[in-house]
Design a binder for this molecule. Sequence first.
Ligand SMILES: [Zn+2]
Length: 1002
Amino acid sequence: MSSQLFCPSRFLRQGSKSVTTILKNKSFYSSYAKTLAPGDQLHGYRVQQVRQVPELELTAIALEHEATGAQHLHIDREDSNNVFAVGFHTPVSDSTGVPHILEHTTLCGSEKYPVRDPFFKMLNRSLATFMNAFTASDYTIYPFATTNPIDYANLRNVYMDAAFHPRLEKLDFKQEGWRLEHEDPTDTSTPITFKGVVYNEMKGQTSDANYLYYIRAHESMFPGTTYEHSSGGEPARIPDLTHEQLVNFHKTHYNPSNARFYTYGNFPLEDHLSAIQERLSSFKRVDVPYVNKKVTPWTEPRKMSSTCAFDPLSPPDRQTRVSLSFLGNETRDTFETFSMRLLSYLLLDGHASPMYKALIDTNLGSEFSANTGYDSSTSTSCLSIGLQGVKDSDVALVQERIVQVLNDVKKEGFDNKRIEAAIHQMELGQKHKTADFGLTLMHGITSGWFNQVDPIDLLEINKNIERLKQELAEGDFFESRIDKYLLNNPHQLIFTMQPDQEYATKLSKAEEQRLADKVNQLSDTDKAEIAKDGKQLSANQDKVEDLSCLPTLELNDISPKMKRTVLDHTGLCNTPVQWRTTSTNGITYFRAISSLPSLQDDLKVYLPLFCDALLSLGTRTQSMAEIDEEIRLYTGGLRASTTVSTSHSDIDHTEEGIALIGNCLDRNVDKMYDILSKLILETNFDDTEKLKTLIIGNASGLVNSVAEAGHIFARTFAASSLTPAMHNAELLSGMTQVTFMNQLAATEDLTEVVAKLKTIAATVLKQPTLRVAVTCGEDAVSANESALSRFITSLPNDDHVPQHQHSNVFVPKYAKTFFPLPFSVNFSAKAYRGVPYTHADGAKLQVLSSLMTNHYLHREIREKNGAYGGGARYAGLNGLLSFYSYRDPRTLETLQTYASATDWILQRQFTEQELTEAKLSIFQGVDAPISVSEEGMLQFVNGVSDDMRQRRREQLLAVTQNDIRQVAEDYLKTNEASMAILGEANDKLMNDSSWTIQQFGQ
Ligand SMILES: [Zn+2]
């Protein structure tokens, strides 16, 4: 996604499944380990610990600011993608969403930077590789990352001033939090309604049944503590919050004594400390507020239930969710947390896990419930196991099965191979070089850090692995924990959620009632204020601001030359192979694309299922559970997926293919290629039981993703009538695929499905259609060559490659389509045809999208219409320009905004500074560090060479005001567009004959 969303939800959920991803360099050395020692004083700080973590090749330094008690963790590591973050402990005692609204309002201007939304403004004056803010259940954190030292200092100033000296004006609170306002703020005869960014954001969040399930189950586990409240805010409770309470919450929580600072990378610690210390000098040490986090343990299990909206996209008789949650260990005990995470992984992860076999393979539910896994984001952890897509009548059976599995595992223990595979995954995870290592590390430690865990303990993975091996040898390791935490734990919750046909109606009735109560109490003075503030807010939004107080990078901070990637191209057994030899820490990364012959749409729509089938069904001689175990024991994971790419020189030309992706330690390359060819050659498509499970899981997963990322579905659908590539993307991953998969899920007889999958298997993944990319160390090339040759020759080598049959010439059509869906807020998109990647106008359209988003669409769609996000995006590789809105309560107004955007840009005169800002924001993406496995992939997948990218770079840097006008005339003014909306049934759209109504499932 191009625009940044300030969303807490991603972060509220701490998944159990990820094994920490970490990286390792050969030349690990830090001078701090020699020069600093506990007790040393440095710029007003006292050093508390200096510890080397060799497995991550870093030195961690913990310090305390002496005057205020502010905690600081610095991670010294040879990595140019430096991170800064400041966080505050913000537990809550109600569900008004005060920390979340504060997180938003903090970013609305500060003492030194008294402009509206300096944060968004900085997005365009910086080369940051990451900027965001998160509200978690008991803390709030503001991180950024950049490789540029000037940029780092600029952003640090803005972040520090925002956190410690925000203006927190009443109007900002109203805009970001909640307010009463006339529907049309300029017309007091229109009815008064609730508005506000967070208000709508949380309405959107809670209309996602998975989120609702997760949050309700979690809150119910911790009665009497801060965790029984929602830090993001309950839409029903948000209007209880006053501006005064917000300001007080800031005063008591956003002070250095309650803060944690995190710095990471290769910039010097001294610079960080002296800069931060300067800003903290006006503060004194204060007491931090106490909030209870310790839940009183229950003496017997509890049952709770709740309701959610009925989902017309899913089978009506399979919409129940049920889970068992168990109170776990104190997260302060880091080894126990590590052990519980591993236990959760062994119980739940992958086809070979006992819970998967007992719950998913048996089709008791469509997939695990949203809360399933180990959650250590609270001071006492919790482990949950549950299902969604369950029949009402099966609720008791699900509980019985879970308990049965726990009893079996306690008796029989886990297979040693499974434990070995889990440890292998950790080993490999440590070696994998990611581009955002500093942020990954931060996310891994913050919630512990705010709960009295020593953050450095969380980094020492090898220490935990060593202790684990020792204790495993002593026996009874997992068995005793299953007993203590799961089987004999009275603090357990059975939580069910069932759909209610009336849910949405009840919800909006309740909202109307709350509104009526508020409105009835309004005095004439209140009403006058509402009218005045509404007008003032609209006026503010149109005000052109002087931004000269904000620091900025210049155009010449962008390097005119791009970093090139050295690639070798050879052939192996007539298959083109792209080699990238570089330091990979002993990992081989493999990717292959088999391009497809032209298939009919009715076969093509089966391709995603075919790809998933390769990694889900097993073969005639081995179950998927066995193969999955091999995959975990010998590789870092294998994937098969469809790919669609547009030609870099013709947007009406597309390549479709199947991509195979995998990585492994160099010593396992033989095994990885063997597993791959086994999957391709021997997958048993006749296993209809497994196939059924797969289809049901896919259907349910797709439905969930529509609620989460509806704007992408809207955008894909709108674009699908414009280019052949997007036509295919819609079939493979758009609403068409969602509908198709749900129709399959309702089909009892899978004979035809099996036949289609076999037809595809006989047509694709053949030697002559294959090309391969390998990234590995110099010393692993020859091992890869021989293993790869065997892999390639194992594939069918038909003399006859299906020729591109005569395919119809693609003619763009312009359509308006509305998908009525039960969302309380909508998603919309409008798409235009652009140009191929190598066309000079592409760069201009890209700058145009950025200008339009920053100076027009963001203001109109987010600030005025109250949508959570909105903007324009130019997809350079696909040659498509699209406008979109995300969680949008006023879609009809947004359509008006889209319609007037062209006229707006044609008359708008941009300054040089504004053009520079647009370019900076584009180069944040262009120059963002990428992980080693992604190097050279633009060349391999899209055929885009470094020369083409260098040309594009120069074109981007050269874009002028006249260019913007030219492309606006050429592509927006004269061209037609397609539109799509997903959301609440709307009379105006339903009765407008220019819109096609697409009922789901038809
Ligand atoms: Zn938010």
